[in-house]
Every structure is written in C-alpha cells, then in structure tokens.
Design a protein around this ligand. Structure first.
Ligand code: PEP
Ligand code: MG
Length: 578
C-alpha cells in the first residue's frame, strides 16, 4: 500500500478501479497480460515498432528534402534508438518474463532511460531525454491507436488518474462513471478544482509524479477530505473508507433537513446564501440545497469545451434558462472571464497568462464578443431578477469603459424595440489588490461588489492558484489577504453597497464565523456546501463571530489562523471538523 499526499480540492471519498492517463492523454491499460496472450502481445509490440519506424523515416526524408541532411539527422538518431537491439531485448523480456503489457513495458523502459539522461550534468545530454519521451509517445500512439476521447466513452465506474486535467476536460467528465480523480500537477485555487467541487466529484491535485507506480485496473482510493491518494490499499483500509463514504452520505442527509429553514444566525440576523455555477444544469443543485439565488454564474464555460464561439442565441438560452428556473430569485451573471487557466489560445502561448489579456481585458479588446454577450444578458434581464457583474476590474477607467459599452448596447436594443430591464443592477468583482486599494471610488460607481478571494489571494501573495509548488503560500486567510477583504467590506458597508464573497473561501465552513464577524452577510458558494454553511450560520451569534474576527486580525500567519478557527468551529460543531 502506498499513501500519497496531494492537495484536497473536492471533498468526499471514492474507492474504485484506476483509469490512468499519461502525460499526453494516453490511457495506460493494465500492467499485466495473461500468460497465453504473450505471443500476441509481442506481435503487437513488433508492429508498433515497425509503424513508428516508418513514421520517423518519413519525417527524416521530408525534413532532409526541405532543410538539408543535417536536420534530417535528428530523426536518424531517433530511428537508431527505436531499433536498438538492447531496447528490443529489454522490452521482450519484460513482456515474456514479467508478463507486462507492451504499453506498460514501453513506458517503464523508456522513462528509465530518460531519467538517466536527465540526471546527467550536461544540458545537451539532458535534452536528449525529450527525444526519448518522443519515441515513447510515438510507440504508445501506435500501440493504443486512440487517445483521451475515451474519457467520454466510459462504460463502468473509474477513478481517473492523470498528469493534469484542464477545467474543460474536468467539466466534460462523465459524472455517472467518474467517481473521483487525482492529478500530478494543479493547485488549490485552480478552476479544475472548482469544477470538481461543482460536479461533486472527490478530487486531489498536485500529488507529484506517481503515474508510473500505478496501472489501469488497480484499486485506488481518493480521499478528497484529506488530500490523499492510496495505491494498492489493503483490505482494512478499503473497509475504513467504505465506512467513511457511508458516514458522509448520512451527514449530508442530516444537513439536507435544513433545506427549508432560513439561513439565520442564532441571534436573528438573516444571511443570504447564494450558489456559484458554471453550467445552467447546476441550477437544480442550487434549488435542491435551498439557495437564495445565484451569486456567480461563470459564463466562460459556454466557451470552454465548445468547438465554436457561442452566438447570441446560445448565450441567451443559457441565461434565460437559469433566470426562469430560479423563479424570481436573483441571478448574477458574470461576463466572460476567459484566460489564464481557463485557457484560450493566447493564454496558453503567452508567458504569465494570469497577468495578461484575460477576463474583462479580453472582453474590452474584443468588443464584438463582449457586445454579443451583453445583448443576451440584457434580453434575459426581462425574464427575472438578473444582475450583471464584470470580472477582474483593476482600474476605474476599465469599469467605466465596460459600463459605456453596456449603455451603448442598451441603446441598440432600444432602437430595435427589444425588451430589457433598464434598471439592471451592475456590479464588479473585487479580486485585484488595486481594486481594493481604490475601493472607496469603486463603490460610488457600482450597485454591488463581490469579492473574488481566489484571484485576490493569488495576486496579493504573488502565488499562482494553479501551481502546487506554491500551494503552501496560497491561503485566503493569510493576514495580508484578510486585511484587503476587511477593507473591501468596510468601504462597501460605509456606502451601503451590498457586498458578497464568491471565492472558494466563502464555501469553507472553517471560515464562516470569521467572515460573519468581519461583517459579511452574503456568501456565494459551491451549491453542495450550502447546507453546511447554513448550519454554521444557524448555530452562531454575531457578537461571538466579531470576537473571533477581532482575534484573527491580530494574528500573523495563516497557519495559526487556520488552527484557531478549527478549534473555534470544533467547540460549536465538532462534526464539521474532519
Ligand atoms: C475568484 O477569483 O475568487 C472568483 C470567484 O473567480 P474565479 O474563481 O472564476 O476566477
Ligand atoms: Mg477570479
């Protein structure tokens, strides 16, 4: 049994068979083959080597013709490696004697060679490791002949283990069969993590390299509460986790009984609990949990995973559906927040995408895209209590420019005689430190603000929310981040501008008392955690929360703050502290 520690990003536990995706999205099947299949597997390997050799030779000839013999020579070296008799003998013995599948043998042998090259202190030789990976990929492609598409064609329950999953790949996971997932890279605030929570799939990211230690079909456990991945678990551990899964179900059922009760503190202060969604169908999750509305609709998911750019009708039908299904409750539509880890072509190819042309910056640079979305939002505003929010606002000029485009689109709709809500409430995300520092000006120009603690944390601490290597630094209860949150809440309160927190922090019950004590009365969270947050709200009194917040604001680091808040929560609701 092997226990690996990663970053817990989506709660719950899952026990099941592994589906292993390698770096290139290839599915690595079972490690072993049956004794009587060995000859057939050797033939498959032979055919794959032959086909890969023909491909490489084809490349060599084409490049030599176009650029000259010396460039084609790179491929001659690849051919030599591929056809090396020692390699062939090693692969054959792995298949014949250890009964490894050809795919597993190829990955294992070639990665071992690559590691040897990487360890050599010569940059020239270290770079040759890439040539070896290239040969590995080519052989796997020929052996498997299919790729990641398979994730969409599952027929039995699996636990997906992958190098990485993008937010749109995660969004497209088949909820019926994918019971959990773990990735080698990824950080605590990534959108992959957020989508996993929305889908209610237990997930662990940032585990570090482990895919070579596991093969398809092995039993694995994902512990999304503690960030653990357990390979080859023993019977006792499996039994423990099966019991844990049952307990989670009964705890969720107990909390479900709160559904019809208001989110009101024990001393009678009404709290608004809103849901965060990425897709229209998540409205049903919000309604089932008794949410007071939608506090954040991440509309960029209309673009992610879709082959073509959504037109006005695609936007409109999504917004109309959400607004109508929420039946009069407020729905905050955030304009497109593409870029950074919610990739666009530019973001992937540009260095520092989180500091680049993302979010509102992208919308203001691409006015046809922005106007199309605004037209759809305005049209849907005639159907219910729909509100509009701009993401990643950094300067006042940016906000004014966005509002000017909105006014212009309103004029067009007026001219066309199209109905919309002229009094549409317009707000902004506060998720860049610059916006907090200028918050007293911003609150004069918006109807509401929503604090995006995911980005605010990343930009305040200069720690990429998607990078596991700085996950220890990335904390929304770092004292520096808390000071900014406090400033934003205080400025909004002074001007009686409604303020919400829609970053992941507000869905963590460990932080509910703190946020209430800081003056927050609106939380926008992943729908599945609404009952838990409501439970905390209904248990506490505001003066006690204020004392907790005052104490926290005197503390110097996030580790102490977290352990203090854990103790405080344990005193009132021990069952929520895992
Ligand atoms: C945030 O940054 O806190 C936020 C809610 O937006 P997103 O996670 O979509 O960037
Ligand atoms: Mg954000």
């Amino acid at each position: 049994m092997q226990k690996l520690q990663g970053i817990a990003v989506s709660p719950g536990v899952a026990v099941g068979e592994a589906l292993v995706m390698d770096n290139e999205g290839f599915r690595i099947p079972r490690r072993f083959v049956a004794r009587d299949a060995v000859e057939h597997e050797l033939e498959r390997l032979e055919a794959a080597i032959r086909a890969a050799g023909e491909e490489i030779d084809g490349n060599r000839q084409a490049i030599s013709r176009e650029l000259g013999e010396q460039y084609g020579a790179v491929f001659s070296a690849h051919l030599q490696m591929l056809r090396d008799p020692n390699l062939r003998a090693e692969l054959e013995s792995m298949i014949r004697e250890r009964h490894y599948s050809p795919e597993y043998a190829v990955s294992r042998a070639l990665r071992r060679y690559a590691k040897v090259f990487q360890a050599i202190e010569s940059s020239y030789l270290a770079e040759r490791a890439n040539d070896i990976y290239d040969i590995e990929k080519r052989l796997l492609r020929n052996l498997l002949g299919r790729n990641r598409e398979e994730l969409a064609q599952l027929i039995s329950p699996v636990i997906v283990l992958a190098r990485n999953l993008t937010p749109s790949e995660t969004a497209n996971l088949n909820r019926k069969f994918v019971r959990g997932f773990a990735t080698e890279i990824g950080g605590p605030g990534s959108h992959t993590a957020i989508v996993a929570e929305g889908l209610e799939i237990p997930a662990v990211v940032g585990v570090g390299e482990f895919l070579t230690d596991v093969s398809g079909g092995d039993v694995v456990i994902i512990d999304g509460d503690h960030g653990l991945v357990i390979l080859q678990p023993d019977e006792e551990t499996i039994a423990h986790y099966r019991h844990e899964a049952e307990q989670n179900i009964s705890r969720a059922a107990r909390l479900e009984t709160l559904r019809e009760l208001p989110a009101e503190t024990a001393d009678g202060v009404r709290i608004e609990l809103l849901g965060n969604i990425e897709f229209p169908h998540e409205v049903s999750h919000c309604m089932a949990r008794g949410s007071d509305g939608i506090g954040l609709y991440r509309t960029e998911f209309l673009y992610l995973g879709s082959a073509c750019e959504p037109d006005e009708e695609v936007h409109y039908s999504a917004y109309a559906r959400v607004t109508e299904e929420m039946a009069g409750r407020p729905v905050v539509i955030r304009t497109c927040d593409l870029g950074a880890d919610k990739d666009t072509h530019d973001a992937v190819t540009t260095p520092n995408p989180a500091l680049g042309l993302r979010s509102i910056r992208l919308s203001l640079k691409n006015l046809p895209l922005f106007r199309t979305q605004l037209r759809a939002v305005l049209r849907a505003s005639a159907l219910g209590d729909l509100r509009l929010m701009f993401p990643l606002i950094t300067t006042l000029l940016e906000l004014r420019q966005a509002k000017m485009v909105l006014a212009d689109v309103m004029e067009d709709l007026d001219d066309e005689g199209v109905a919309f809500n002229r009094e549409l409430s317009v707000g902004m995300m506060v998720e860049v430190p610059a916006a907090v520092l200028m918050i007293d000006h911003f609150v004069d120009e918006v109807d509401f603000v929503s604090i995006g603690t995911n980005d605010l944390t990343q930009y305040t601490l200069a720690a990429d929310r998607s990078n596991k290597d700085v996950a220890g630094l990335y904390s929304s209860v770092d004292p520096a981040v808390l000071r900014l949150i406090q400033m934003a809440i205080a400025a909004a309160d002074r001007k009686s501008v409604p303020v919400n927190v829609c970053g992941q922090m507000s869905g963590n019950s460990l932080y509910t008392m703190l946020l209430l004590g800081m003056g927050l009365r609106r939380f926008s969270v992943t729908p599945s955690v609404i009952p838990e947050i409501k439970k905390v709200c209904r248990t506490v009194k505001i003066p006690h929360c204020q004392q907790v917040a005052q104490r926290v604001m005197t503390m110097e680091n996030s580790r102490d703050i977290k352990s203090y808040l854990r103790e405080e929560l344990k005193k009132i609701l021990p069952e929520l502290v895992l």
